[in-house]
Design a protein around this ligand. Structure first.
Ligand code: ZN
Length: 327
């Protein structure tokens, strides 16, 4: 029934033949964090849809369900109900092994974990919104739980060709898969995956993030007062990928997050490398985002150290970009 819904999202809802009490019981049994099942159940029939209440009750319900499923609010959004329906209809059953139901489940688990560890209440918004700057420093206390960064970033890559800094290419960010046996029936364009791009960037959710060495002068790019999503981070990076780096910035990046590029291997083409790594996009295309670990808190929010690993030579063509296979 659920997979059927993904293919046929329709407003034409049949009448259910089961007793209302039983239908209501089923609704109560579905966890609030199980956004996908709720959206599907809502669409089974008009009687079930009526259980979700009037417009204001639904607005509240879908806000809570999205939040507990780790699905966030993008800047152009205006309705939690629309977010819920669009996200599930377009991507709830995505065939990418780390998207769709798998990512929704992971998000819900991390949200629950963060609620227990941090006493975080997702319904009150981003976790750092509840803290004063002094409290935020608690993150640096040894033994204190640290925010978890969404591992979906490992599966995101950007084009290797330079783009004009003023130009936003909607096909720039792509979804990769590492398992060569995984199905490739999904669209590789990242923006076609609402579950992925709407997922919260961290658990607990925060409004501000800095990335050590990368965001020295650009921390303003990573901010969403409703809680940072994967899309906020992707767009923040995109807007800075094609800017020419100063020598100081390049040295910082090569001795920090991109240190793996020349680890155990000195440059054999110094001039060529200088040209190739003149932008963040150039560095990124020779590597793969591996993750980000919590470094410290500066009182405004967490500071993460991103890590990138060098791509094996076989995965790069002569320009240093990745092949277009199942990378
Ligand atoms: Zn997807």
């Amino acid at each position: 029934m659920l997979a059927h819904y993904a293919e046929h999202v329709s407003q034409r809802q049949a009448e259910c033949k089961l007793p209302n009490e039983l239908l209501l019981l089923v609704k109560e049994y579905i966890p609030l964090a199980d956004l996908r099942t709720h959206v599907c159940y809502y669409h089974t029939c008009k009687t079930v849809a009526s259980f979700y209440g009037d417009n204001s009750q639904q607005a509240e319900f879908w806000r809570r369900s999205c939040t507990l499923a780790g699905i966030g609010w993008l800047k152009a959004d205006s309705s939690w109900k629309e977010i819920a329906f669009e996200t599930i209809a377009k991507d709830g059953f995505c065939s990418h092994p780390r998207c769709g139901g798998a990512l929704l489940d992971w998000n819900a688990q991390q949200a629950e974990l963060a609620m227990r560890k941090y006493n975080w209440d997702p319904e009150e918004g981003a976790w750092d919104a509840m803290l004063d700057p002094e409290d935020a420093r608690e993150w640096t206390v040894p033994g204190h739980p640290i925010p978890i960064f969404n591992p979906i970033f490992q599966d995101i890559k950007f084009k290797s060709e330079h783009l004009p800094p003023w130009f936003h290419d909607p096909y720039d960010a792509k979804f990769r898969v590492n398992d060569p046996d995984a199905p490739l029936t999904y669209v590789r364009q990242l923006s076609a995956h609402p579950v992925a791009i709407r997922s919260l960037a961290t658990f607990p959710s925060v409004r501000h993030i800095k990335f050590h060495a990368i965001t020295l002068g650009h921390e303003h790019l990573f901010r969403n007062l409703m809680g940072l999503t994967v899309w906020d981070i992707v767009r923040g990076f995109q807007s800075d990928l094609d800017r020419e780096l100063s020598i100081t910035e390049l040295l910082n990046l090569l001795s920090g997050p991109f240190a793996d590029i020349f680890r155990d291997r000195s440059s054999s083409d110094f001039i060529g490398d200088l040209e190739r790594f003149s932008t963040l996009r150039g560095l990124w295309s020779a590597t793969r985002w591996e993750g980000a670990y919590f470094l410290t808190s500066n009182g405004e929010g967490p500071v993460f150290m991103p890590t990138f690993i060098r791509l094996p030579p076989a995965a790069r063509d002569s320009k240093g970009s990745e092949s277009s296979g199942t990378d």
